[in-house]
Design a protein around this ligand. Structure first.
Ligand code: PLP
Length: 439
């Protein structure tokens, strides 16, 4: 029995995996990852794979970067954990300053405060609660959220409610927040004028329900888990204007798009639009430790400050045991520092362009519906739909030494931002060969 087979048997006996149908999973021959370095993963049998999806879209500098490792080790030697409730600590303060300095600038408020959470979903959850409480503390309670069709914002109850996947709502419907779905500006089913349709839908929705809406939540420029649905910057400008006109907040969920992934530090920069709340996660620590954050505008923070004569405390009653864990903050600080020193965001833009070129022959193949890309966020939609085609392409790519993961019929390509030219060639060649074998 190979080492992988033995570990898979032990896994089947004791593990419950996320988003996984366990009746069939082990039959899919999962990879048992053992170690990683740079853009490479090795399984327990010593087989090497290029990490084509950045270990679920997190890896920026590659695995095992010596400076990030050293920063975590140094922090561990100094302070492992100390609560952020009633005390503070230096890495938490420094990271907040760094994030505020990096925050997007443009049409909208300045983002001046940072609230920490543990993963993307919990950052979204915090942002939703902030938005609702903001409405109660600045006028009157607005219980509704506007969300896009096909959106994905995570799995906690609030985050799943503002998602646009019926499949993820079905089992929990009685527990979900009240939301209003509007057409996605990236939805190909809505044709070439999809952005105009989405703008019209959002405008009509806000005209009809605006006084009930506390926030509009959007993944700016690219709806990732929806299948890499890119959209026009015009949609974001409209969302900003409509939120302002109706007194609602605008939330940009940059958990997937943030930290250089789209070739800019924030996807918001492609549109020059600044939201009132911005969530980030995934790449913030470069994939080393779990951390996420909500960047908030000063006017939002100010609504949570108590005033003489208040009848309610105005406090944001929210936080976790590991909020702003110092090791996670140290990892994020090191990741952001190295990214700055090595101009990784500009490198990501160049890598994205290179991958775009390399994938042109793939885009022209029969069975490839479309290649969609913004920076290094790439989706290769394959057909026939609904036949596990995307999954089969990823399995075939694995045999060529590249690890990929599909979103339904869309094969995701999201490598570490520092991927070298030879590795980019390997990735594109493997995908090309895998598609030929499967389609
Ligand atoms: N928001 C977006 C845009 C995401 O893509 C994701 C995860 O893919 C999340 C939120 C949830 O993040 P996490 O899986 O870290 O909870």
């Amino acid at each position: 029995m190979s080492a992988s087979a033995s570990w898979i048997a032990r896994d089947a006996a004791a593990v419950w995996h996320p988003f996984t149908q366990h009746a069939t999973w082990t039959g899919d021959d999962p990879t048992v990852v053992d170690r990683a370095e740079g853009p490479w993963l090795w399984d327990v049998d010593g087989r090497r794979y290029l990490d084509g999806v950045s270990s679920l879209w997190t890896t920026t500098l590659g695995h095992g970067h010596p400076e990030v490792n050293a920063a975590i080790a140094a922090q561990l030697a100094k302070l492992d954990h100390s609560t952020f409730l009633g005390t503070t600590h230096t890495p938490g303060i420094e990271l907040s300053e760094a994030l505020v300095a990096l925050a997007p600038r443009g049409d909208g408020p300045e983002l001046t405060k940072v609230f920490y959470a543990g993963d993307g979903s919990s950052a979204v959850e915090a942002a939703l609660k902030i938005a609702y409480q903001y409405s109660t503390q600045t006028g009157r309670a607005r219980p509704k959220f506007v969300r896009l069709d096909h959106a994905y914002h995570g799995d906690t109850l609030g985050a799943v409610a503002v998602g646009g996947h019926e499949l993820f709502h079905e089992a929990y419907r009685p527990l979900l927040l009240e939301t209003i779905g509007v057409a996605s500006p990236g939805d190909r089913a809505n044709g070439a004028d999809r952005c105009a349709r989405a703008v019209a839908d959002l405008t009509a929705t806000m005209d009809a329900h605006g006084d009930q809406v506390c926030a509009i939540i959007v993944e700016p420029m690219m709806q990732g888990a929806a299948g890499m649905l890119d959209h026009d910057a015009h949609f974001l400008r409209t969302a900003r204007a409509l939120a302002d006109a109706h007194g609602a907040l605008l939330i940009f969920d940059e958990v997937a798009t943030g930290i250089g992934r789209t070739g800019r530090m924030w996807a918001a920069e492609h549109a020059g639009v600044v939201p009132d709340l911005l969530t980030c996660g995934k790449g913030i620590t470069g994939g080393y430790l779990p951390l996420s954050a909500v960047l908030a505008a000063e006017h939002v923070f100010a609504a949570f400050l108590s005033r003489p004569g208040d009848t309610s405390p105005r406090t944001f009653f929210h936080g976790h045991t590991y909020t702003a864990n110092p090791l996670c903050c140290a990892a994020a600080l090191a990741n952001l520092r190295v990214m700055g020193e090595q101009d990784v965001v500009a490198r990501a833009a160049r890598l994205g362009d290179r991958l775009g070129k390399l994938l042109e022959p793939v885009a022209a193949k029969d069975g490839v519906v479309e290649v969609r890309r913004l920076g290094t966020m790439i989706g290769v939609e394959v057909a026939p739909a609904g036949d596990r085609t995307g999954f089969r392409v990823c399995q075939a790519a694995r045999a060529h030494g590249v690890w990929l993961r599909p979103l339904g019929d869309t094969v995701v390509v999201m490598p570490p931002l520092t991927l070298g030219d030879d590795e980019a060639d390997l990735l594109a060649d493997a995908l090309d060969a895998a598609i030929d074998e499967v389609l």
